[in-house]
Design a protein around this ligand. Structure first.
Ligand SMILES: [Zn+2]
Length: 161
C-alpha cells in the first residue's frame, strides 16, 4: 500500500539541521504514527512520503517554506517576567513555554533577559532552517473511520479515547 491522504503511516526518522542531529525517533524506540492528509506533519515531509510504502527509506531535504516557515524578524517581543513560570532560570538561547492571552501556549526562544522583562523570539525554533530527514517506513495502512474523525493515528496498543 502507498502512503497518501487518509492512510496511516508508521516510520522512523532522524532529523538533522546543518549536519547536526536534532532528534530521532530511534531514541524512543517507537516509530512515529501519523494520519496523512490532516496537517500532522510539516508539508514538505508529508509530500515526500506520498506514494512510498513499507520498507522504503528516503532522504529528504526540506526548505524552510515547506518546513516551519521563514524566520520573521518582527516576531521578537518583550514580555514581563511574571508571564514565565521559571523566569529566574531562563538564559538566552533556551526554549521555554509561554502562556498566551488568547489561551493555549507556545514554545519561544529566549533572546535577552532584563531586570523585569524577557525578550523572546516567537518564531518556531526550526523556522528558517533547512531540514534533513532520514526516514524508514515501517507500515502503511488504511485509516479507520475513528482515526479520520479524530484527525490522528491510533498506534497499536493505544488506549481508547
Ligand atoms: Zn483518537
Amino acid at each position: 500500500m502507498k502512503a497518501g491522504k487518509d492512510k496511516v503511516i508508521a516510520f522512523h526518522y532522524t532529523l538533522s539541521v546543518d549536519s547536526e542531529k536534532v532528534e530521532s525517533s530511534h531514541e524512543g524506540g517507537q516509530p512515529l504514527w501519523i494520519l496523512l492528509g490532516h496537517g500532522q506533519l510539516i508539508p514538505g515531509l508529508e509530500k515526500a512520503l506520498e506514494e512510498h510504502g513499507a520498507g522504503d527509506t528516503l532522504q529528504v531535504e526540506i526548505a524552510p517554506v515547506d518546513g516551519y516557515g521563514e524566520r520573521q524578524e518582527d516576531q521578537v517581543q518583550r514580555v514581563p517576567k511574571k508571564y514565565f513560570q521559571q523566569a529566574k532560570h531562563l538564559k538566552p538561547g533556551m526554549v521555554t513555554v509561554l502562556a498566551l492571552k488568547q489561551g493555549g501556549q507556545r514554545a519561544v526562544t529566549v533572546q535577552k533577559v532584563g531586570m523585569s522583562t524577557i525578550d523572546v523570539d516567537l518564531n518556531h525554533p526550526m523556522a528558517g532552517k533547512t531540514l534533513n530527514f532520514d526516514v524508514a517506513i515501517e507500515e502503511v495502512r488504511e485509516a479507520t473511520e475513528e482515526e479520520i474523525q479524530h484527525g490522528h493515528a491510533h498506534p497499536p496498543g493505544a488506549e481508547a479515547h
